[in-house]
Design a protein around this ligand. Structure first.
Ligand SMILES: Cc1cc2nc3c(=O)[nH]c(=O)nc-3n(C[C@H](O)[C@H](O)[C@H](O)COP(=O)(O)OP(=O)(O)OC[C@H]3O[C@@H](n4cnc5c(N)ncnc54)[C@H](O)[C@@H]3O)c2cc1C
Ligand code: FES
Length: 245
């Protein structure tokens, strides 16, 4: 992990309140799927953690983030050509395994699954991506995943596109076997439902964080045995069943 002054090469709105930012940075060379970077937003002391959505050519990182508060609002106003202080890559990401996988993402849990899909597809495996949104107008990342040759299944809570209901409703509607290895990222309720249905796999926890490097204990979760794990350093990706949700 290291600090870098990244160059913003593109920043676009891809859905309501959802931005995609492209960065040119040497950090890309060491970054794997499911890892994140800490961004120093101009004017703020605490860095904001954002997952890496794609790594390109070993020198570009793609981020997808939702504008939810002051930090991400300031971030969304930066333009191509401006510089950004970033730190990373951080955490343990998703493993790349020698199997077909099902990826399940809800809202801004979807970004880290894109690079995860790319790495499994490029090693010859079939990837099914089940993406959950509130409604059709909120959908993003579908074309990006399809262009990588992932099979994309959409669930919307209001039924305006794809299966009506949650990602788990879509999993049932498409008869996805519980024996398939799953990799998931999204809201806690979704991760609980995924962990209850699938027999094995991995989940990424996007807890609130401070230091991001394992020093402050601001992001701890417990194992079933009662031991403490830091989401930023031991995770954010954990094997299903290894942490209490
Ligand atoms: C490892 C990791 C990876 C992440 N990856 C992404 C990503 O790829 N895309 C993305 O959009 N977001 C991601 N997040 C969440 C992102 O870090 C926060 O949304 C961001 O820091 C909010 O900053 P802010 O200053 O705009 O909001 P704040 O003013 O700090 O908060 C605004 C609102 O957002 C809520 N919030 C803040 N942080 C989080 C969080 N971590 N989880 C849930 N709610 C939060 C607050 O409770 C509050 O309601 C990730 C978080 C972690 C820990
Ligand atoms: S954020 Fe400091 S230990 Fe995880």
């Amino acid at each position: 992990m290291r600090n870098d002054t990244a160059l913003i090469t593109e920043q676009v709105l891809i859905a309501p309140d959802i931005m995609r930012m492209e960065l040119e940075t040497e950090i890309a060379a060491d970054t794997s799927c499911g890892q994140f970077i800490q961004i120093l937003v101009p004017g703020y002391f605490l860095r904001r953690p954002i997952s890496v959505s794609q790594v390109r050519d070993n020198c570009h990182l793609s981020l997808i983030y939702r504008v939810v508060g002051d930090g991400t609002r300031v971030l969304s106003q930066l333009k191509a050509g401006e510089k950004l202080d970033i730190f990373g890559p951080l955490g343990h990401g998703f493993p790349v395994i020698d199997e077909d996988v099902v990826l399940i993402g809800g809202g801004v849990g979807i970004p880290p699954l894109i690079e995860t899909a790319k790495r499994h597809i490029s090693s010859g495996h079939h990837v099914t991506a089940v993406l959950g949104f509130a409604s059709e107008s909120q959908i993003f990342a579908k074309e990006e995943l399809e262009s990588l040759n992932a099979e994309v299944i959409i669930a919307t809570l209001d039924g305006s596109c794809g299966a009506k209901g949650t990602v788990i409703d879509a999993v049932h509607a498409h008869d996805i076997a519980k024996e398939t290895t799953v990799m998931a990222c999204g809201p806690l309720g979704m991760l609980k439902a995924v962990s209850a249905y699938f027999e094995h796999g991995y989940i990424s926890l996007e807890e609130r964080m401070a230091c991001g490097i394992g020093a402050c204990m601001g992001c701890v979760v417990k194992t079933p045995e009662g031991d403490t794990m830091r989401v930023c350093k031991d995770g954010p990706v954990f094997e299903i069943g290894k942490v209490v949700l």
